[in-house]
Design a binder for this molecule. Sequence first.
Ligand SMILES: [Mn+2]
Length: 320
Amino acid sequence: MFDEIIDVINSFSSFLVTSHARPDGDALGSELAMYHVLHDMGKDVVVYNKDKTPAVYEFLPGSKNITHSLDSVSGFDVAVVLDCSDLARVGDEENRIGSIKRIVNIDHHVSVGTFSDLLLVDSTASSTGEIIYRLLKHMGATITKEIATNIYAAIMTDTGSFRYSNTGVETFRVAADLVANGADSRHIAKNIYETKPVIQIRLMRDVLNTLEFYEGGKVGSVYVTQEMLLKEGALPEHTEGFVDIVRSIEGVTIAVFYYETAPNRFKVSLRSKGSEDVEKIAGRLGGGGHVNASACRVEGDITAAREKVLGAIKAVYNTL
Ligand SMILES: [Mn+2]
């Protein structure tokens, strides 16, 4: 599939690059790497995201070029949709983006949609950024400092700083090459992990007050409500990483984070530490993701939401 996609990149001149709503480091790093590659080739590129770039990612080269509103899409030859297993994940502009003549989909998620003929998916890759690196190598593209920085940030964030099981030999090789090409690993880590606003830490304190354990301590969960966000003046992006704190607890094998999106509606993030397949658990509730990280949505108050999720966990793992 590399050749077909390279052919499309070489043949056309106007590109829309996009990814999922509430973009993470992999979504943004992958988009901005593509932005620089296409821009360096003299192409017209628009990077569109439904949601604003979280402050910790604003240092990524090219982030100022991201737009959050689209004019007419008729001028685009190609849409490059990154880190999205389902076109609906791009948000409000799903239909207009879907109407662009050629759609390239580059992703590493297990549950893959069929919205594109030009599909470059590898569920064994650490991140979409790692797949883009391979694509650039196939293209013979120059990995500039800007490109290296963005791909390194994508890989670093999706592997939890090279800690998760999606980190393989190839991941380290790619990371080493990116550092050799100008990615400053210390600078990137400092910007992403060590510039937390005080508001986020205050919210974390409130959220940790909701910590509960189930199944003899193997399942841990926390939640956040809109009221809690409002109280601290926090934004959704400030909840980033909370689920990982729960996973870091001794004995916890599955961590759950309930995020109240609207009254009686929760987005649920699931993380596992070992071989527990949280994609299956989310799948039972209409969601998806990876073995170690998945998400779904449930309705009801926090008690009902917990019952649904714990029921799905028990159904997948009769004995945890
Ligand atoms: Mn990703």
